[in-house]
Design a protein around this ligand. Structure first.
Ligand code: DPP
Ligand code: ZN
Length: 876
């Protein structure tokens, strides 16, 4: 793979006018006839050839305006088709014939087979595995698709757009034709054919058009698609109400498949989903599964406007569609559920997964300027930091101007392939605000560090908040410019009310947002009658690391009084972290772990506060993860010590709060039929956390075994099984529960994935042997990405003590797995390999073992570009 540079962008020499594809389906030998109409772009030299992309293709026929081309006029390789002697001006038609083998396509890119169903995945560059094509997002055209296939095997034959018609074709075969009038890039093409069940519904759009909604699943699974359908209808309504966006075809279809590299794909009018994000019922799906389905259904649907109607000029602009669409799905989920709890969950996710990426060897700007393998840029930075950037634009502009900017974006760029600059310009034009400094967020990598300190002058009645920002160096970016950082804040007085200063100097403030734009800046507030407690970066208005040495009393004050629930959670976390960090150090040094009573008291006060919603209290009681603690410690990390220290802190809290936890465990029991709604889900999660603490207090598997036996839904079942297996892996209660779970759900792959994941994340040095044994289980299927992720992926990403064994055998195992997966599915291999991105922050013995394992991968012959790119950057 060559390095691609943003600076080299130029438009294509030829303009694609229309696309007409005919597929003759065959499991091992599918014929594709592509009729493409082009004309040379005005001003382009008439001698220049047309160069089309391919990937492992073989040309079987080429016609120019229906006539055979002579061999001297073109060159075909598996990677490209170059055609010479093309007209200077007039449009011409090329007919390209290729044959491909969907059955042998283990990469799951292009056209492949999954459980007997034909399915496509074309983002980012999968279409070129189907036919030779200008496979880039700025080439937009309307598509007509004809699918011919065995009638009995393919009663369902789908593509993008509106259905034109279908009938018998010849003996034993039938055809279906589809037309998508909306010009689109090839990455949004989709085809699905096979024997599938369907559930159907309709949606009436804001202008009164009726849209047919269909969700296709394997036969027998139809009832489990009902929640996805409900989520889809709510998404369509929400996008009309909140962004004025109406759906634009007469049909919207979703297909759930079991072999899929990503979560889902937003193909125009025909979304293809990993069935994990469609199928749910109370018996087999957890509250988290339901929330994920709601979120991802919304995400892919929202792409119809942010991604499809307006797409990316090139792949450097990926966050233009992904960051914005994540922002939109987060807003949707916040409206459907609890906004502060959603924000807490999103920030936890950002900090645990994006911050390490941004602080390690894989750091890259949200709008990168070069890449070797675009598949490796579907990252937390593009998605989650991208969403934060749009969120900051909304914070800086305010609600109304943000909406005006979005409206202008949809109006100005509908039907176009655009850049991040085009997007930001809309907000500038709509609001009159200069966002040029703000733009650095897109091009500068790394998590900014903001240091804050406050000083109160009682005599003058002024309070001064001093701020400093730095962004650490990242690969290729040694020096950073100051960013425009919007910090939401409140000055909280003794009685819990918020101070309203008479004036402020030192910088701009709009509403409750302070604009930090200099490297260092002091804001002085006048008319502050008593020393305030500062609540800074409320709702996490900017994705930064904040260092603010606040006293214990001040943090407790925020935890008690802030009207922003997010900040109350943040204050509790800020109270917890020094305890967890010290506990890790003490555990490493063989000392007794102690816990600050003031922190424990604050936490238990929150836990018992019935005025706070249960889901919030559950978030507060869920202490920072081992990975979070490792990040806070900053380096020389010993995962065993972090684990032991964290466990000791839990035990201390559990002992002090046993009464509270018993009460919560009893009070939070949800009566009546299961509902995935946020209220009940919150109760279940708080009850689960209480159970977890009680097990520390009681040091017995008993209570979890009872909870497992009594569970009448997957949330309670998976929760109690996890606690049993993780805390008492050798107890008969744990082995019995794992066995009964397996017997009960054998035959349901998504639940068996959970069975694998729960065991892969049992902490401790034995984990590796357990994982190796599970790989020998007949249910382990190395060709199914969900299954591989559930065992190998969760072990590497989610089992810090087991994976980071001091003898390095975890890393060695991962290296072998990566090398085994890579030849079949490079995208999957590369993704799982990123689990080692923080290896340099391990203590030296483990770091050296990790380096050896990475070097072993790097030296292997025949690596994919995907894996070689990741391993190369990690070792640099
Ligand atoms: N399927 C991925 C997503 O929706 C890539 N577009 O984010
Ligand atoms: Zn997306």
């Amino acid at each position: 793979g060559q390095i691609v540079h943003l600076a080299d962008y130029r438009p294509t020499d030829f303009v694609l006018e229309r696309v007409d594809l005919t597929f003759e389906l065959d499991p091992t030998n599918t014929k594709i006839e592509a009729r493409l109409i082009f004309h040379r772009r005005e001003g382009v030299d008439a001698s220049l050839p047309l160069v089309l992309d391919g990937d492992e293709l073989k040309l079987s026929g080429l016609l120019f305006d229906q006539k055979e081309m002579s061999a001297s006029q073109y060159d075909a390789t598996p990677e490209s088709l170059t055609i010479r002697d093309l007209p200077a001006e007039s449009p011409f038609e090329l007919t390209i014939t290729t044959y491909i083998n969907p059955e042998a396509n283990t990469q799951l890119m292009g056209l492949y087979r999954t459980n007997g169903v034909y399915c496509t995945q074309c983002e980012a560059e999968g279409f070129r595995r189907i036919t030779y094509f200008p496979d880039r997002p700025d080439v937009l055209a309307p598509y007509t698709i004809t699918i011919i296939g065995d009638k009995a095997a393919n009663p369902v034959m789908l593509s993008n757009g509106n259905f034109l018609g279908g009938a018998g074709y010849d003996e034993g075969r039938s055809f279906a034709a589809w037309f998508d009038p909306h010009p689109k890039p090839a990455y949004l093409f989709a085809l699905v054919a096979g024997d599938l069940g369907v559930i159907e519904d309709t949606f009436e759009t804001m202008s009164g058009r009726e849209v047919a909604l269909k969700i296709y699943v394997e036969h027998g699974k139809e009832p489990r698609a009902a929640y996805a359908m409900d989520a889809l209808k709510r998404s369509m309504k929400w996008d009309e109400e909140h962004f004025g966006r109406e759906y634009d075809l007469n049909i919207f279809q979703i297909v759930a498949v079991s072999d899929f590299n990503m979560g889902a794909m937003e193909n125009k009018g025909l979304n293809v989903f990993n069935d994990k994000y469609v199928l749910a019922d109370p018996e087999t799906a957890t509250d988290q599964d339901y929330a994920n389905i709601e979120r991802i259904i919304a995400h892919e649907y929202f792409h119809n406007w942010t991604g499809n109607r307006i797409t990316c000029r090139d792949w450097f602009q990926l966050c233009l569609k992904e960051g914005l669409t994540v922002y939109r799905d987060q807003e949707f989920s916040s409206d459907m559920r609890s906004r502060p709890v959603k924000r807490i969950a999103d920030v936890r996710h950002l900090k645990s997964d994006q911050f390490p990426e941004d602080g390690g060897p894989l750091a890259h700007p949200p709008r990168p300027d070069s890449y070797r393998e675009i598949n490796n840029f579907y990252t937390m930075t593009i998605y989650e930091k991208g969403a934060e950037i749009t969120g900051m634009i909304a914070t800086i502009l305010g609600r109304d101007n943000f909406r005006k900017g979005m409206d202008l974006y949809f109006e100005r760029h509908d039907g176009q392939a655009v850049t991040v600059e085009d997007y930001v310009k809309c907000f500038e034009d709509a609001s009159g605000r200069d966002l040029s400094q703000f733009f650095r967020w897109y091009v500068q990598a790394g998590t900014p560090l903001v240091s804050a300190s406050g000083a109160y002058d009682a005599a003058a009645g002024t309070f001064t908040l001093s701020l400093e920002q730095t962004t650490p160096a990242t690969p290729g970016q040694p020096n950073k410019e100051p960013l425009h950082i919007p910090l939401s804040f409140a000055l909280i007085l003794d009685n819990g009310s918020i101070a309203e200063p008479t004036s402020v100097t030192g910088g701009e403030i709009t509403g409750d947002v302070l604009h930090l734009t200099e490297r260092s800046q002091s804001f002085t507030f006048s008319g502050v009658s008593s020393r305030p407690v500062v609540s800074l970066n409320r709702s996490f208005s900017a994705p930064v690391n904040l260092v603010f040495e606040q006293s214990l009393e001040d943090l407790v004050h925020i935890a008690r009084h802030d009207s922003d629930l997010f900040s109350r959670w943040q204050a509790l976390t800020d109270l917890a972290m020094p305890n967890l960090a010290q506990a890790a150090r003490d555990a490493r040094d063989g000392k007794d772990v102690t816990c600050d009573p003031a922190f424990v008291a604050a936490l238990l006060e929150c836990a018992g506060d019935a005025s706070l919603e249960p889901a919030f209290r559950a978030q507060a009681l869920n202490l920072p993860s081992e990975a979070d603690i490792a990040r806070a410690l900053g380096g020389n990390n010993d995962p065993d010590a972090i684990h032991a220290g964290r466990k000791a802190v839990h035990e201390a809290i559990a002992k002090a709060g046993e009464e509270v936890f018993v009460r919560l465990y009893n009070e939070m029991k949800v009566e009546g039929a299961y509902s995935p709604k946020a209220g009940d889900a919150g109760k279940r999660s708080l009850r689960g956390v209480a159970l977890s603490y009680l097990m520390y207090a009681e040091n017995s598997p008993q209570r979890a075994a009872e909870a497992f036996a009594a569970a009448d839904n997957m949330t309670d079942l998976a929760q109690s099984l996890t606690l049993l297996a993780h805390r008492f892996p050798d107890a008969s209660e744990a082995t019995a529960a794992l066995a009964s779970f397996l017997t009960r759900f054998d035959g349901n792959p998504l639940v068996i994935d959970k069975w694998f994941s729960i065991q892969a994340t049992i902490p401790g040095v034995d984990a590796l042997e357990r994982v190796k044994a599970l790989m020998e289980n007949p249910r382990f299927n190395p060709g199914n990405p969900n299954r591989v992720r559930s065992l190998v992926g969760t072990f590497a990403f989610g089992n810090p003590t087991g994976f980071n064994r001091v003898d390095g055998k975890g890393y060695d195992f991962l290296a072998d797995q990566i090398l085994a997966i890579d030849p079949k599915n490079p995208q999957l291999a590369a993704r799982i390999l990123t689990s080692m991105r923080s290896w340099r922050s391990l203590e030296p013995v483990r770091a050296e073992q990790a380096r050896l394992a990475l070097s072993k991968i790097a030296k292997a012959a025949g690596l994919s570009t995907d894996v070689s790119d990741i391993v190369g950057r990690m070792l640099k």
